[in-house]
Design a protein around this ligand. Structure first.
Ligand SMILES: CC(C)=CCC/C(C)=C/CC/C(C)=C/CC/C(C)=C/[C@@H]1[C@@H](COP(=O)(O)OP(=O)(O)O)[C@]1(C)CC/C=C(\C)CC/C=C(\C)CCC=C(C)C
Ligand SMILES: [Mn+2]
Length: 380
């Protein structure tokens, strides 16, 4: 019996060529449980142990479900369900166009991936984008709990190989090619439910949960596509956590970039208790005036967002070597939005921080250098 499977671009799942093949997550966990301690952001101000562990349980569940029995079941599905090549190529092409149009930074990252992986990421991107648009897109006024319920049923159908439309078909195909777990997808829909119910967040604890739902989940969705380096000796749990942190860092950055825009929609995604600590309230957000107190408040928020990117860095180096460059690129590029807020002298009330094309392209060689670093043996 040989253990050969890695979560790489073309996972061969289950029994291949007569030998039993285990998913990478099983292999790494077994090898390294003793030498790695789980990393938790227990030093972040505003996060209680309970709040961290609520999300931690979700990460553990996703990692546990990457078990080989699960993968065997998927292999059987995989044999049953295949789409016509021309149809599915067209579906992925549509996803590519949407990603290129709506998400230039992520799209640039996908151009550095293998063909199979980039198609999968475009399909995941499009599903995420459509999910988000249900609540804040042009048709958001038609939003209701029933709409999200229907969307969740469609998600189940996608995972069972019964896509409703072409864009869903691209994700269905991706589900058959990579060992994706439905849970983070469901959790993202839950995040959209939360967004329709709430427009204020009392504490970072509450905001963290929202960020997990709408963005940490993207990290969990994409690790099985990115793959884990065969030479990585840290547990899958540690790597999934790093992916979670990248999602959280991205979303916190999104929030800080869009404070002015969100305020125009009556929404404040900033912890109310932390605003108060700086003598600020919603009124200051709506006044669109950048004061010294606002700048001091923003400095703290930026420090925290950066700390999530820093935690994600160590996991990025554990990914399959072909995925490290795109992930590093998107990590560095997204982090640059925080620099751009600083360059705007913390005016995120009337200005949108922006990273220009030249700066974007200049990060590629830097990301490439970072991507060359091999997975280290031990993580803190
Ligand atoms: C170990 C390790 C570091 C692995 C890497 C894992 C990885 C690739 C993580 C990426 C995480 C990521 C890209 C998170 C996206 C977070 C995000 C921007 C969420 C947005 C939510 C709602 O925000 P809001 O409404 O405030 O924003 P808008 O103003 O409406 O834009 C989202 C919009 C939710 C939906 C998310 C997306 C549409 C982005 C999904 C992106 C991908 C699937 C592409 C990932 C590809 C690369 C190359 C990183
Ligand atoms: Mn949105």
């Amino acid at each position: 019996m040989c253990i050969t499977l890695s979560l790489s671009s073309k996972p061969c799942i289950g029994v291949c060529n007569g030998s039993l093949q285990l998913p990478k997550s099983m292999v790494t966990t077994a090898q390294t449980e003793v030498i790695t301690a789980p990393k938790r952001p227990n030093t972040f101000p505003g996060l209680t142990k309970q709040g961290i562990s609520d999300i931690d349980l979700r990460v553990q569940e996703v990692v546990r479900r990457q078990s080989w029995t699960n993968s065997l079941v998927r292999e059987v599905n995989c044999r049953k369900s295949r789409f016509e090549p021309m149809f599915i190529d067209d579906a992925y092409e549509k996803c590519r166009n949407i990603c290129a149009e709506y998400a230039k930074t992520f799209y640039l990252g996908t151009l550095l991936m293998t063909k199979e992986r980039q198609k999968a990421i475009w399909a995941i991107y499009v599903w995420c984008r459509r999910t988000d648009e249900l609540v804040d897109g042009p048709n958001a006024e038609y939003m209701s709990p029933a709409v999200l319920e229907r969307w969740e049923e469609r998600l189940q159908d996608i995972f069972e190989g019964r896509p409703y439309d072409m864009l869903d078909a691209a994700l269905s195909d991706t589900v058959f090619n990579f060992p994706l777990d439905i849970k983070p997808f469901r959790d993202m829909i839950e995040g959209m439910r939360m967004d329709t119910r709430k427009s204020r967040y009392e504490s970072f604890q509450e905001l963290y949960l929202y960020c997990y739902y709408v963005a940490g989940t993207v990290g969990l969705m994409t690790v099985p596509v990115m793959g884990i380096a065969p030479e990585s000796s840290v547990s899958a749990y540690t790597i999934y956590n790093a992916a979670l942190y990248l999602g959280i860092g991205n979303q916190l950055t999104n929030i800080l970039r869009d404070v002015g825009e969100d305020a125009l929609r009556g929404r404040v995604y900033l912890p109310q208790d932390e605003l108060a600590q700086f003598g600020l309230t919603d009124k200051d957000v709506f006044s669109r005036k950048v004061t010294e107190a606002w700048r001091d408040f923003m400095k703290e928020q930026i420090i925290r967002a950066r700390s999530f990117f820093n935690l994600a860095e160590e996991g990025a180096s554990q990914l399959d070597k072909d995925s490290r460059w795109p992930v590093w690129s998107s990590l560095i590029l997204y982090r640059k939005i925080l620099d751009a807020i600083e360059d705007n002298d913390y005016d995120n009330l009337t200005k949108r921080a922006y990273v220009g094309r030249t700066k974007k392209l200049l990060t590629l060689p830097l990301a490439y250098t970072r991507a060359l670093s091999k997975p280290s043996l031990y993580l803190r």
